[in-house]
Design a protein around this ligand. Structure first.
Ligand code: UDP
Length: 354
């Protein structure tokens, strides 16, 4: 069985690490990988292939830095050529980026079945590029691998259970990855030594925050105020760095370059709390039993809100600071099974094979 996996952005490399390792357990499966080039800096891309033993991509495209339409269009054109030459039995896509949508569209037009890992998630905010990508990708997929019961419910509400598609609750492959590599950790370069203050691990890169100057300014203001009391470590995404420089916003924190997965594991273990607008990091906080404060108005991971392990604070200065202080003192019950317990990749591959 020939699988063509389409990847392009940081969270996809991390998710694919688990599934790609599982594919290698099956001698009759051959996986080829297309890297679309959506993320291309060494510390946003190559480091993950190296650290997480992901096979080196068989095909590499150059699409980084293009506008949404140009990027997706160029990917579509090139992935179509690759599908025609590789002739795969299935195309695998992950999550909700432009690479996900381009891979799915190219495949379905050539009548190659699409497998979508992380299907069924919804923020119900169509202004997010990710929401558009995930809805369209679900529509053209043949196998929908859902990470949670909430994702299954979303698909049910959209009528997917009356269609000729296979829907499986596989659990979340990011939990597999977190557990598999849990013992690894590498101290990031640029981390201040500071034993007396609690560490807050912060990431910030969602377009809804970086493209809106007021939101970005508020968030930076809150982070700077929190840094007077806590050790806020912020591996800064290149997009956010550009937006902050362009708007000349002041930001005081322990700012470091984006880091690899092992450095993130170090920071997750060292942190007392995670402050983020990332999708993946909200769950990783939970996997490592850390409270999370999410600087967004919605989340796809609503079970974390229900369990009060995560709180949505939008981009208000006071709400961010108040909730960080409050979540740091909260008693939270973490349930390992919320995301499947760490065997999602096995269910994904079994669902493909059966
Ligand atoms: N991540 C990383 N280095 C960083 C920031 C994030 O390895 O400097 C990891 C993080 O631990 C998680 C994934 O990247 O596994 C999340 O990706 P991101 O926040 O870019 O995307 P999202 O999950 O929001 O789609």
């Amino acid at each position: 069985m020939k699988i063509l996996t389409v990847l392009g952005a940081r969270p996809q490399f991390i998710k694919a690490a688990a599934v790609s390792r599982e594919f290698r357990q099956y001698p009759f499966i051959k996986e080829s990988i297309v890297h679309t080039g959506q993320h291309y800096d060494t510390n946003m891309s190559d480091i993950f292939f190296r650290q997480m033993e992901i096979p080196y991509p068989d095909h590499r495209l150059e699409t980084g830095g293009l506008s949404q339409g140009a990027m997706t269009g160029r990917m579509l054109e090139n992935i179509e050529k690759i599908i025609n030459s590789e002739n795969p039995d299935k195309v695998m896509v992950y999550g909700d980026t432009n690479s996900t949508l381009a891979g799915a569209l190219a495949a379905v037009k050539l009548h190659v079945p699409v497998v979508h890992v992380e299907a069924g998630l919804r923020s119900f905010n169509m202004a997010m590029p990710e929401e558009v990508n995930r809805i369209l990708t679900d529509q053209v997929s043949s196998l929908l691998c859902c990470p949670t019961e909430t994702a299954i419910k979303n698909l049910k509400n959209e009528g997917f259970f009356t269609k000729d598609v296979k829907i499986v609750n596989t659990g979340d492959v990011m939990q597999d990855v977190a557990y598999y590599f849990a013992d690894k950790s590498v101290k990031p370069e640029g981390l201040f030594a500071n034993k007396s203050q609690k560490i807050i691990l912060c990431t910030l890169h969602r377009a809804e925050n970086t493209n809106d100057e007021k939101r970005l300014e508020n968030i930076c203001n809150a982070i700077s105020q929190l840094s007077e009391r806590y050790h806020v470590v912020l591996p800064l995404h290149p997009r956010t760095q550009k937006a902050i420089e362009k708007a000349k916003i002041k930001l005081n924190a322990n700012i470091i370059k984006p880091v690899g997965y092992f450095e993130m594991l170090y920071l997750l273990k060292a942190a007392s709390l995670v402050l983020t607008d990332s999708g993946g990091l909200q769950k990783e906080a939970y996997f490592f039993s850390k409270p999370c404060v999410t600087m967004r108005d919605q989340t796809e991971w609503t079970e974390l809100i229900d369990q009060q392990a995560n709180v949505l604070v939008g981009a208000g200065v006071d709400s961010i600071i108040t909730e960080v202080n409050s979540m740091l003192t909260k008693d939270i019950a973490y349930n390992k099974d919320t995301y499947g317990g760490g065997s999602a990749a096995r269910w994904v591959v079994e669902s493909i094979v059966k």
